[in-house]
Design a protein. Sequence first.
Length: 250
Amino acid sequence: MICVSHYTFSGARLPAAFEGLRIVHISDLHSARFGEGQRLLLEAVRAAKPDLVAVTGDIVDRRRFDLAPALEFAEGAAMLAPTFYVPGNHEALSGRSGEIRAALEQRGVRALFDGVEQIRRGGASIRVLGLRDPAFHERGAAPAAMRELLSKWTSRGGFTLLLSHRPELFALYRACGVDLALCGHAHGGQIRLPLVGGLFAPHQGFFPKYTSGLYREGGSAMVVSRGLGESLFPVRLGNPPEVVTVTLDN
């Protein structure tokens, strides 16, 4: 059963023309299927009435690589709304990120590999930034490279929406002036307990800080998806597959 979670984001720099814009956020599919041709997943996305679909990485699993489920979803999503994608660590470690990118773009998805696009609405615009996962960089080089790119983009002013796989880098996003980041990777902490939350997340360890929902620190916000699929640890308890909606407010 797919859970649909709803959040509202308001920010001082958001143009009035973007009030009410609805983003459907998908993450960590890991080649899972939800009905034939991803019917159940696409029905959940369609019911959310997206203006934009954001996919924040790990659409495949490098240990059992199967691109077909991701492409079934991508093709359907791109017919519902403009769909943006950034790659996660599994795309990087699969060694097949170029193939994945080409296949997604053939199906109408806008793949952002350290890229930026403008979205226009009612005479105004916002900037959508897309970062590759740190696994694409040489060991130790990712923070400086990501900081340089983010600073270059955010220094131009205006509202910035960041798509990035990694929630544990929120301090970096905040320091660079990102308004709103959408992330995944934490799998909701795998096992979620009442009053405790998630128990373990990759690159955060036990009792992780960022696993699910809306976080605000300083002038920045981040929404973390609990994701859809499973990877090395194939168990989700108290943690159903999740589709996230984020409605922009002014």
